[in-house]
Design a protein around this ligand. Structure first.
Ligand SMILES: [Fe+2]
Ligand SMILES: [Fe+2]
Length: 142
């Protein structure tokens, strides 16, 4: 994996602080799997899986608890990712390290689109509910 693909980018920031914090963790967990040695891969994968479960559970419960409109496709996309994670886990337990590294690569490719099209709408919704306005995001010049 290209290390730049695993790094935090300012355009990932969506303005709802708890979500941005979680997304920072996501980037770190994916990078840890991508950069792990064979010996460290299982531990990094276990941490990534725990992160993803908590990350998606958190967003799913924000959507359910606040009656977020059109939440189904967002919830479904989280579930699809977890399905892949469980498939990869079974293969990793059989010693397939390559599939695990491929997962990290796929996640880093998947994330920007998911964040832009699905998480950003949720971030706006949560900010509007909590603060009565749209989020303000400060980004360094690209
Ligand atoms: Fe997210
Ligand atoms: Fe999401």
């Amino acid at each position: 994996m290209n290390p730049t693909e695993s790094a935090w980018r300012d355009d990932f920031a969506l303005g709802y602080a708890p979500m941005d914090h979680t997304h920072g963790e996501f980037v770190q967990c994916v990078a840890a799997v991508a950069q792990a040695s064979d010996a460290g891969l299982m531990d990094a994968f276990v941490a990534l899986k725990a992160h993803l479960q908590a990350h998606f559970d958190q967003e799913d419960s924000w959507m359910r608890d606040t009656d977020f409109p059109a939440r189904d496709c967002h919830v479904d996309e989280h579930a699809e990712v977890m399905k892949s994670v469980h498939q990869v886990e079974a293969l990793l337990k059989q010693g397939d390290y390559a599939v695990c590294r491929r997962l990290a690569n796929e996640l880093s490719t998947w994330f920007p689109g998911h964040a832009t099209y699905l998480d950003s709408a949720l971030s706006h919704w949560m900010c509007k509910r909590q603060y009565g306005g749209t989020p303000v995001v400060l980004r360094r010049r690209q």
